[in-house]
Design a protein around this ligand. Structure first.
Ligand code: NAP
Length: 320
């Protein structure tokens, strides 16, 4: 009998093709709607592999429901939606899709920095709602990007790719990271610094480290108070790294100047969330890696990961 792969979101047929024939594939048919929890629990019962999105929480309950599971392939970079420890205890391999989305997410991070600094969404709305009566000297003025200091918190693949863009814009770059990166320092002029120094000295602060218990609310009231009144906070990593209540207070009381957010503590964010009432917050629905080419590469890599684990483990007989 063919091994069953369950895919938790509709993926393009051209990508799934690689698995057809050799495996039995079932897929949640919706693209814009996440799989309900009860359907997931039912569908994994007889699955050897699950290809999931970051919208699915793969915890002990799911693992208990899936006694035959050999691989969980996450179509995302990172594993914060998966209980990796529990999976490892059951000898289930967990994979993700790093690397292929680095440049695209760095592009979006930079786009969010620029759009927040120059108030692009606010300015576009200003025009569309008929408020543009005349040109005026200080109308919709924002912050300069060139010559400003960018502090990058989490200097991995994406953080370094953002630094390369920032060097091209003539920015000064500081970074805080678990380990120092001398090679990238040479290439971009970035300087390694303590977290508090990065917070104090930067005009832009870009969060780009993975979510973990250690990183939970790494940016909270105390850290926001260290930042310049003119600072702009950009989060394109994971929502839980920034304490949203503290951020709301800081923005409301002009302790910092603005924020650009692609990620939230709870996604999708409630449209009535207090943060969304503030004019100095630019929000996006977690689209960091959302270019057509990159999403296709992520899907292909997630499929390859399932294939390689099942095949290389010698658990299926190769047909060709
Ligand atoms: P990465 O290459 O693994 O880089 C993460 C960096 O963070 C590493 O340099 C690591 O240090 C550092 N780090 C980890 N934990 C730390 C801690 N507690 N304190 C200080 N530094 C720490 O990951 P990446 O590919 O750049 O991605 C970064 C994150 O971006 C992902 O985990 C994901 O959550 C997020 N992301 C979001 C989107 C989106 O759509 N918005 C898209 C892609 C990724 P070392 O170098 O010493 O290991």
């Amino acid at each position: 009998m063919k091994e069953k792969i369950y895919i938790t979101r509709k993926l393009p047929a051209s990508v799934v093709k690689k698995l057809e024939g050799e495996f039995y594939i079932e897929m949640w048919g919706q693209e814009e709607e996440a799989i309900p929890r009860e359907v997931l629990l039912e569908k994994v019962k007889d699955a050897q592999a699950v290809l999931c999105m970051l919208t699915e929480t793969i915890d002990e309950e799911v693992l208990d429901a899936a006694p035959n599971l050999k691989v969980i392939s996450n179509m995302a970079v990172g594993y914060n939606n998966i209980d990796v420890e529990a999976a490892t205890k059951r000898q289930i391999i967990v994979t993700n899709t790093p690397g292929v989305l680095t440049e695209t997410t760095a592009d979006l991070t930079f786009a969010l920095m620029m759009a927040t600094a120059r108030r692009l969404v606010e300015a576009s709305d200003y025009l569309r709602t008929g408020k543009w009566g005349t040109w005026s000297p200080m109308q919709l003025t924002g912050m300069d990007i060139h010559g400003a200091t960018l502090g990058i918190i989490g200097f991995g693949r994406i953080g370094q790719a953002v630094a390369k863009r920032a060097a091209g814009f003539g920015m000064n770059i500081l970074y805080y990271n678990r380990s120092q990166k001398p090679e990238v320092e040479k290439e971009t002029g970035a300087r390694f610094a303590a977290l508090n120094d990065v917070l104090r000295e930067s005009d832009f602060i870009s969060i780009l480290l993975p979510y973990s218990e250690e990183a939970h609310h790494l940016i909270s009231d105390k850290e926001l108070r260290l930042m310049k009144k003119t600072a702009i906070l950009i989060n394109t990593a994971r929502g839980g790294i920034v304490d949203e209540e503290a951020l709301y207070d800081a923005l409301k009381h002009e302790m910092i100047w603005a924020a650009g957010l692609d990620v939230f503590e709870k996604e999708p964010i409630n449209p009535r969330h207090p943060l969304l009432t503030l004019p100095n917050v630019l929000t996006l629905p977690h689209i960091g890696s959302a270019s057509i080419a990159t999403r296709m590469k992520m899907a292909e890599l997630a499929v390859d990961n399932v294939y390689n684990v099942l095949v290389s483990a010698g658990r299926v007989k190769r047909v060709n």
